[in-house]
Design a protein around this ligand. Structure first.
Ligand code: C5P
Length: 244
């Protein structure tokens, strides 16, 4: 209960929307960071913007007081993961991702590094089985069927020190039934009912209201905002749906 409160209180986000700024172009990316960043709970930087313009991204977010979700999904030896987290380039980075497949020692090292950061400790969330993996691919890499893999990797990650997990909306009810309210659950694959996205690759998508209702703490939204004619308006519709 205390841990549950601490994670959410520590973050104290203005709303549960995390804008995924997946743009390679620095000018467009920073313009959207300025426009949309102050309106959302968090902004997510994955490898595409971070490797292209990571420093200006961080400086802009720091200036505007926008919490950053640094989504680089680390999966390496424990020492490297520890030192990477221990030397994060900014205290504006409030959430980070690792792969549960790195195992208990890597997750433990990540947790230790987070603790060593003290007050600026980021929330540590683990990816279980990437959603693009088919049953055949899971078998090829030695993993059981998806539901078993998510249960097993999720339990191991939480026992090893992760604060939460990343998962598709479809997996949220199972996660809440298995692990209760404590884990911080982050979900991509958000598709507002009235906003369609061309060439969509999110097969297990849910609307913002449905994902929130199924127990998500943070909704990661990229293309429904990025591809909208009016991104601020698209975000406004998502926030209205959540309020409803
Ligand atoms: O554009 P869209 O709303 O689908 O963006 C979703 C974001 O979440 C992207 O940054 C994508 O890399 C990330 N993601 C995902 N599916 C996962 C894990 C992360 O779409 N299983």
């Amino acid at each position: 209960m205390d841990r549950e409160r601490t994670i959410r209180e520590r973050l104290s986000l203005k709303n549960p929307v995390c804008f995924s700024l997946d743009l390679p172009d620095q000018d467009k990316g920073l313009a959207l960071l300025e426009e949309i960043g102050p309106l959302v709970g968090m902004v997510k930087a994955g490898p595409v913007p971070f490797l292209s313009y990571g420093t200006p991204f961080i400086k802009t977010a720091e200036r505007l007081g926008i919490p950053i979700f640094l989504d680089l999904k680390w999966h390496d030896i424990p020492n490297t993961v520890h030192d990477t987290i221990r030397h994060l380039p900014s205290s504006a980075i409030r959430m980070i991702t690792i792969h549960a497949l790195g195992g208990p020692s890597m997750i433990g090292a990540a947790k230790k590094a987070c603790e060593e950061l003290g007050d600026s400790r980021p929330v540590l969330v683990a990816v279980t089985a990437l959603t693009h993996l088919t049953a055949e691919e899971l078998l090829l890499i030695g993993l059981p069927p998806r539901e078993v893999a998510v249960r097993r990797l999720g339990a191991m990650a939480l026992e090893s020190g992760a604060d939460g997990l990343v998962m598709s909306p479809k997996e949220l009810p199972l996660a809440r039934s298995l692990w209760g309210k404590t884990p911080y659950l982050v979900t991509p694959g958000i598709r507002p009912k009235e906003l369609s996205v061309a060439n969509d690759d999110q097969s297990n998508a849910a609307s913002p209201g449905d994902a929130f209702g199924m127990g998500a703490d943070l909704l990661v939204v990229g293309r429904p905002i990025l591809r909208a004619k009016d991104p601020a308006r698209a975000l406004g519709e998502i926030l209205r749906e959540l309020q409803g």
